[in-house]
Design a binder for this molecule. Structure first.
Ligand SMILES: NC(=O)c1ccc[n+]([C@@H]2O[C@H](COP(=O)([O-])OP(=O)(O)OC[C@H]3O[C@@H](n4cnc5c(N)ncnc54)[C@H](O)[C@@H]3O)[C@@H](O)[C@H]2O)c1
Length: 340
């Protein structure tokens, strides 16, 4: 067992004011000996380090752990990979049912984890069953509540089932985060095939229509709800060779305003986030090229690319009661790229 402080993984992406993070990292080292390390990070500063066992036995750590269950040394120490147990000071979604699409990866996974960390009951919807299952595992390992919905968001019947099954499982629907997408990369309009065009519009735009169509009646029945759609800065300014994606994402912004306008008096708020460059599996090719990353981040006002948690923080804000006077809006989450 080692008690040396861990080398720095990307904690900065998880740090934010008002958060207390308890992170437990396990490494399998040669010889298959498991080394467990732990550290507590409060609002961006490491305040305590020690083995996971030491931290989890520390009354101060347990006291600051504001989740719904106390640390269980056996269960938490068994987590096979680095696990971030995010314990926000707030529980803005306690007991609320949340559907996140594209939740098997990147932004959607992080958003699902953060909704659950704040007490949300989360339906993790993705076309990739194994990926969705892994998100649910991350949520439950951190003491949260989530269920898998294997859903192709371009399929009306599947989206209806995704929504209805959530209401059946959790008895309500409070938040819908339309986030899944598909698009061919590096294709101008003349290079885009009709199949690519139709699939992009179906997965990236029609999915938002379907989600809203089937979710809104349930939300209205209970007095309201919040919808947050993931668009993109590519909906606002040109991005090279992204014809179908840009068209679909611009459509998402129009639909966001339409839903906000038509259902506001029935308690529905609908907003969009426009991420800029975010490090996710979707952008892995970009991030594999350090020179390209340096060139791109140089244009970003805050001097770094975004992490999924940067977008998740914005989504949770728009989905929460904090933003009850905000609807039909577009929140650009791009580190200031578009103002430069
Ligand atoms: N990463 C960025 O830089 C960036 C920038 C702007 C906007 N966005 C937007 O953020 C959202 C999430 O992107 P990401 O980077 O996390 O991508 P990602 O590739 O990491 O995750 C996308 C997820 O969507 C799922 N998916 C694909 N087709 C689906 C379908 N038909 N039905 C259900 N699920 C499906 C995939 O299986 C995957 O799990 C997207 O809407 C994307 O357009 C991302």
């Amino acid at each position: 067992m080692s008690s040396e402080p861990p080398s720095a993984p990307r904690w900065d992406s998880l740090a934010a004011d008002g958060l207390t993070l308890v992170l437990v990292e396990q490494n399998v080292v040669p010889g298959l000996k498991i080394v467990t390390r732990g550290y507590v990070l409060t609002a961006g500063r490491i305040t305590t380090t020690g083995t996971a066992e030491q931290l989890m036995a520390d009354p101060a750590v347990i006291e600051s752990y504001s989740g719904r269950r106390r640390i269980d040394p056996r269960r938490d120490a068994m987590t096979p990979t680095t696990t971030a147990l995010v314990r926000p000071a707030r529980n803005r979604f306690d007991g609320r049912a949340v559907v996140v699409t594209g939740a098997g990866s990147g932004i959607g996974r992080q958003t699902a984890v953060q909704f659950a960390a704040e007490g949300g009951l989360v339906t993790v919807a993705d076309i990739d069953a194994a990926a969705a299952q892994e998100t649910v595992r991350l949520v439950t390992a951190a003491g949260g509540e989530a269920r898998v919905s294997v859903t192709d968001v371009a399929d009306a019947g599947a989206v209806r089932a995704m929504i209805d099954d959530t209401v059946a499982a959790y008895g309500r629907l409070d938040v819908l985060h339309n986030n899944a997408y598909w698009a061919p990369q590096y294709t101008s309009v003349t290079e885009t095939t009709e199949e690519q065009w139709e699939r992009t519009i179906a997965v990236t735009l029609t999915s938002v229509y379907l989600g809203c169509r089937f979710a809104i009646p349930h939300m209205v029945e209970r007095g309201g709800g919040a919808i947050v759609n993931t668009a993109s800065t590519a909906a606002l300014v040109a991005s090279p060779l992204f014809a179908a994606y840009m068209a679909a994402k611009a459509g998402v912004l129009g639909l966001t305003r339409s839903v906000a306008f038509d259902y506001g008096k029935q308690g529905i708020r609908c907003n969009a986030v426009c991420p800029g460059l975010i490090e996710t599996p979707a952008t892995a090719r970009v991030f594999a090229d350090p020179e390209r990353v340096a060139w791109l981040t140089d244009k970003i006002v805050v001097g770094r690319a975004g992490q999924p948690t940067d977008v998740a923080n914005a989504v949770l804000h728009l989905a929460s009661d904090e933003s009850s006077f905000t609807t039909g809006q577009t929140l650009v989450v791009d580190g200031g790229r578009l103002i430069g």
